[in-house]
Structure formats: structure tokens, C-alpha cells
Design a protein around this ligand. Structure first.
Ligand code: HEC
Length: 263
């Protein structure tokens, strides 16, 4: 458990791995001129990233957000951060904010600031998504459905760039609704604080402070507490099955279809 949630960057890396596989599999056929791509990326960067508050033009330091040039970032990391955002920071998920061409271009541009050839990024450009099947389309709506309140999956899961990433990105889609119902949640621990026990998903177990999601209520509450004040024991009585009660079996089948097609 600790290993999985030890560092935010580990969460990011997990996603990066999954994402790069996806990108390589779905490479677009249309070749883009690397020079054009990077130039377009620089333009997108100028308007979307180098705002007064965030990154600076050219990717140097000095803005409110991190320096981006010459950081030694690899392509998967850049793609992941730009597309999905960075949890617990103000970096948004541009995957849902920018058209695909602009997204690819800005990724290529930031890659070029890190010495990665724009040609290499053009070759693995984000594929245009295949249209969803009708069942998956219904599943997508159900997963985000506002009328389910905090019972909706998107309260705790981010899929294709939207929703709240309380849990790690879904790595394995269960084969069936019964399998989804049987899901165990080994990363949810029992956190005891001042004699009070609660189910908690530890995000960052620091020496001084521990950051965790308290899953007692939905939406889960992100808490930062002195590590010395809490006790974390493996396992909990929290049941994922209970959060599924906001959906019927037929609806959950559509949600699973969506999760499969969204990969
Ligand atoms: C209140 C929060 C919450 C809600 C709502 C929620 N989940 Fe989860 N889900 C979790 C947590 C936390 C985990 C991970 C637990 C772990 O890793 O131990 C998880 C894990 C999963 C996993 C396993 C992920 C993997 O990588 O193997 C799947 C699949 C999943 N949820 C699907 C769903 C679906 C579908 C819905 C909506 C019908 C949903 N969840 C609603 C909190 C939630």
C-alpha cells in the first residue's frame, strides 16, 4: 500500500505507462510536419500555459508554476501531465480543454523544450478517439451523471480526463458486474485519529504529515494531519460495493462498457 501511494509522482508514472501504451497502439496515420507542430504548440503554449500566473514564455522559471524547459522530462510524463493535469496542484487536465491538434502540438512544444525531437512526438500523437458505442455513450453519461449526486463514479474516479482522481486511475476493468461488485479495495486503510477510526486512502505518507482521503462520507474529504497523531492499519470495513448502490445492474453494465472503450 505504501509503495503504491508513496509519492504523487508514482501515481503519475502509473498513468504515464498506461497512457503511452495507448498512444503507441493508436498512432494516427496522418504524418504531421514536425516544424509546423512545434510552431503551433508554441502558439498554444503562449495562450494556454504562459499565462501571467502559471508558466513563463519559453518555459523558464519565474511564473507561479514550475519551470518546464530543460527538466529532463520524458515524453510519457509530459503527455500525462498535460492531458490529465497534476493532482493536488492547479495544473488542469488539458485533455478535456484543448482540441486534439492543439493538445498534440503543445505536448510536442514542451517536449522540444526538454530536448525531445518534435518528430518523435508527431509519431506518437494522441489518436483521434474512435466514436463510442451507444452502450458506452450511456455508460459515460451514467458515470458522470449529476443527478446521482456524490453517488456517481466520477466522485472518486477520473476517466478520460474528467472526474475527481481520488482513486488511482482504473487499471483493470472488471469482466462483469458481479466482478465489479466483488471488488476488494486493498489500498483503503483504517486511519485512527484521536480515538476516531475512519476508512482512509493514504495519498502521501510523509514523515511529518500524512495526506489521505477520508472515505467516511461522499465526496471523500482530503485531510492533512500530523503523522504522529494518527495510526494507519491495513484493511478497512469500507466496501466499494456500497457506492455502487446508486446504479442498477443494467446501468453498471453500460458503465463497464464505457470503461473498456475509454481505455
Ligand atoms: C466514494 C468513492 C468511490 C465511488 C463513488 C466509486 N469508487 Fe470505484 N474505487 C474507489 C476507491 C477508493 C478504489 C480503489 C481502492 C483500492 O485501490 O484499494 C476504487 C476502485 C475501483 C476499481 C478498481 C480499479 C483498479 O484499478 O483495479 C474499479 C473498476 C472501480 N472502482 C469502479 C467504479 C465504478 C464503475 C463506480 C461507479 C459505479 C465507482 N467505482 C464508484 C472509490 C470509489
Amino acid at each position: 500500500m505504501m509503495a503504491r501511494h508513496g509519492l504523487l509522482s508514482q501515481r503519475a508514472l502509473l498513468t504515464a505507462g498506461a497512457l503511452s501504451t495507448l498512444l503507441v497502439l493508436g498512432t494516427t496515420a496522418a504524418a504531421q510536419d514536425p516544424g509546423d507542430l512545434s510552431k503551433r504548440g508554441e502558439r498554444v503554449y503562449g495562450t494556454s500555459c504562459a499565462t501571467g500566473y502559471c508558466h513563463t514564455l519559453g518555459g523558464g522559471s519565474g511564473g507561479g508554476a514550475a519551470r518546464l524547459a530543460a527538466r529532463g522530462f520524458d515524453l510519457a510524463h509530459i503527455q500525462n501531465a498535460v492531458t490529465k493535469g497534476m493532482p493536488q496542484t492547479r495544473m488542469p487536465a488539458f485533455g478535456t480543454l484543448l482540441p486534439a491538434e492543439d493538445l498534440n502540438a503543445v505536448i510536442a512544444y514542451v517536449a522540444s523544450l526538454n530536448g525531445i525531437d518534435a518528430g518523435a512526438t508527431a509519431a506518437v500523437a494522441t489518436p483521434a478517439r474512435a466514436p463510442l458505442s451507444p452502450a458506452a455513450e450511456r455508460g459515460r453519461e451514467l458515470l458522470h451523471a449529476a443527478d446521482r449526486g456524490y453517488g456517481r463514479c466520477a466522485t472518486c474516479h477520473q476517466v478520460a480526463g474528467s472526474g475527481v482522481p481520488v482513486a488511482d486511475p482504473i487499471a483493470q476493468v472488471p469482466d462483469s458486474v458481479p466482478a465489479l461488485r466483488r471488488l476488494t479495495t486493498p489500498d483503503v486503510a483504517t486511519v485512527t485519529l484521536a480515538g476516531d477510526s475512519m476508512p482512509g486512502l493514504v495519498i502521501s505518507p510523509g514523515a511529518a504529515r500524512t495526506v489521505f482521503y477520508d472515505l467516511t462520507v461522499a465526496p471523500p474529504v482530503l485531510r492533512t494531519v500530523p503523522t504522529a497523531a494518527i495510526k494507519v492499519t491495513e484493511g478497512s470495513r469500507w466496501q466499494h460495493d456500497r457506492v455502487l448502490s446508486h446504479y442498477t445492474t443494467v446501468e453498471l453494465e453500460d458503465v463497464l462498457t464505457y470503461l473498456r472503450e475509454a481505455r
